[in-house]
Structure formats: C-alpha cells, structure tokens
Design a protein around this ligand. Structure first.
Ligand code: BT5
Length: 320
C-alpha cells in the first residue's frame, strides 16, 4: 500500500514533497520511496523529480488503476478491493476464479481491454481501450431463482450513473442500456449456486465510454456527449449507484428496484418481438413482474410471461 500512500500524499500536496519527508512519514527508506516513485512513473504517472525539492505529481494516466478508483470513492462495500488488468480474456472469468478462492463481497475486477469479452448465450462483447469492462463479486442471500433480479438492478444503477453524466439513458429488457435507441451498455450476470443458495454472483458490466464500437447499433458516452469522459469518475459513480441499489435490494427486496426499473424502462409500452429459444413472441410489452420476467400482451389478448430472451423494440412502435 505504500505506493498508493505516496501517490495520495503527492496528489494532496499538489506541490513538491521531499523524499525525506515521505520516507519518515511512511517509515521506509528513501531508496524504497524512490523505488515506488519509479514504479508510478512506469505505470504512466508523470512525476517531476527535482534536486533539493523532491517529487511532484504532474499528471495521472487514463487508467482504471485501483489507487485511482479508490481515491474519493464513497462506498463501504463495493470497490474496497479492486483488481486491475491491462488486458485479460474476460473480467467475469477472472472474477469467478477469484471468487472461487473465497474473497470478500464487493471485490471489483477491471480491465482496460478484453480479448474474449463475453455476452449472453456464447455471444461476444467487444471491449476496446477507453471503455469500461467491470465485474463485481456479490454474495446476496437469495434463492438462485431470483438471480436475474441482480441484472435488472444493475441496469437501474447504470442508467442512473449515465443520467448523472448527462445522458438520457433507458433500459431495454433484460440486460441492455440504451441512449438514443443505441446500445451503450450490456450486462452479464453469472452465478455459482447450489440447490437453494447462491455462493456468489459475478455481475459483469460493459459500458462504452471513450472507446470505438463494433456495430452501428451501438453508441458511446463520448459520441453522445461529444467529449471525452473521465472514466475513473464514471466508474466511481457507477459503483456508488450500484451500492445504493444493492443495499436497498438486500434490505427491502426487489420491489423498490422494480419500481425504478419501470421508471427507467424503454421497453414497457412498446411493441416488441421477443425471441426465446425457438419461440418468437410479438406483442405489447406490458410489465415486468417480481421475478424479472417480461409480460407481453399478444394479439389474441393473452399475456405471455417471458423469463429470458432477446428483445427487439419494433420499428415505428410508439411508447405509451
Ligand atoms: C451483453 O450480452 O450485452 C452482455 C455484455 C457484458 C459485457 C461485460 S464487460 C465486463 C464483463 N466481462 C465479460 O466478459 N462480459 C461482461 P448480449 O445481450 O448477449 O449482447 C451481445 C451483443 O451485443 C453482441 O452479439 C453484439 O451484437 C453486441 N455488442 C458487442 N459488443 C458491443 C459493444 N461494445 N457495444 C454495444 N454492443 C455490443
């Protein structure tokens, strides 16, 4: 932690701090201080080293480093422990490995890029540099049957964080967040469970921030706001929203989350086409029920309950 402490002292000083002062304050040698400074420089921090004056932090790199995420983060549970990787296959896979070894709830895994980002049903999530690829380890005391509540909850938190950043985000059932009808975020919830208990849940969230996107139907925060977004600040605000919603979920259950979901939904009131395995259901998206299933009113007036699937908002449909 000494490296992080040095960084935070330099950050707060905003001026030169002598090696001697740092060494004394942290109870390490001046050589050790220099070693940490050297590592910081290697990580992309610009530190001015001046004879007789010491070290001054000039700029921080555009990376989702644990020290950056934790600095000023207003949470008690999520993000107290952060694992950062420059490149990995999938943050969900890394988070699962960590969780299997037994780790505290709220641990966060972040990657700058993913080579094998996962979507649902074996699909791919493309995560280029400049985006946000994050997995959060949660251990809710819920029935495995209710794990999809966590996906819906996360969609609410992402929507709130995006709205906080000035975007008119809305949720597409079950796991997408859209801005101007384009996908800006995808959520993939994976679980380790026994018959009636959840061991842990890996909540994977991909947000297009300043990155390039692979398809026409996708958008990014940068494209919508026409400026670069501070990824550290956005990640912190997302973790804060997630924690608020997760604590509500734990204390009061899914109902209050569901009300927020309905408020932020772009799906309800629309004509939709939902594909589930070989079944295609077309109709009016009427509501989402207590287990996160979509209720679709078909042409013959019957209500179909859809537990999971792919939902298409039909062109020309009018939101009620
Ligand atoms: C999802 O699946 O949308 C879930 C995506 C979850 C990604 C996060 S990133 C952190 C964590 N680690 C992982 O490995 N995954 C999670 P699905 O609903 O199946 O949508 C996948 C589809 O979204 C693809 O088939 C593409 O059409 C589209 N897509 C892929 N990359 C995209 C991107 N960057 N932006 C928008 N759409 C994308």
């Amino acid at each position: 932690m000494t490296k992080e402490e040095i960084l935070n002292i330099l950050r707060e000083a905003g001026d030169y701090v002598s090696g001697e002062f740092l060494a004394e304050k942290l109870g390490v040698s001046r050589a050790a201080v220099w070693k940490h400074i050297h590592t910081l420089i290697k990580e992309g921090y610009a530190v001015d080293v001046a004879q007789g004056k010491g070290y001054r932090l000039m700029s921080v790199p555009d990376k989702l480093y644990p020290a950056e995420i934790r600095h000023g983060l207003q949470t008690r549970l999520l993000g107290r422990k952060v694992v950062h990787l420059n490149v990995t296959g999938s943050t969900n896979t890394v988070a699962r490995q960590i969780a299997e070894r037994g780790v505290e709830e709220g641990t966060v895994v972040l990657a700058e890029t993913q080579s094998h980002g996962k979507g649902r049903l074996g699909r791919k999530w493309v995560a280029k540099p400049g985006g946000l690829a994050m997995s959060v380890i949660l251990k809710p005391a819920i029935d495995p049957m209710h794990a999809s509540s966590i996906t819906l909850m996360a969609a609410v938190s992402v929507t709130k964080a995006l709205r906080g950043a000035g975007l008119e985000a809305a949720i597409k059932w079950p796991n997408d967040v859209l801005v101007n009808g384009k996908k800006i975020c995808g959520i993939l919830t994976e679980m380790s469970a026994e018959t009636d208990i959840v061991n842990f849940i890996i909540l994977g969230i991909g947000v297009n921030v300043n990155n390039d996107v692979p398809i026409e139907t996708a958008t990014t925060m940068k494209a919508e706001l026409r400026r670069d977004v501070d990824r550290v600040k956005f990640t912190q605000s997302l973790l804060e929203m997630l924690e608020e919603d997760y604590l509500t979920f734990k204390e009061e259950g899914f109902t209050p989350i569901l009300w927020s979901w309905r408020r932020y939904s772009d799906t309800l009131g629309r004509q939709v086409e939902v594909t589930y395995q070989d079944d295609v259901i077309t109709g009016l998206a009427q509501d989402v029920d207590e287990d996160g299933s979509l209720l679709v009113k078909t042409q013959d007036g019957s209500i179909r309950k859809i537990v999971s699937g792919d939902c298409k908002h039909l062109r020309g449909a009018r939101k009620l």
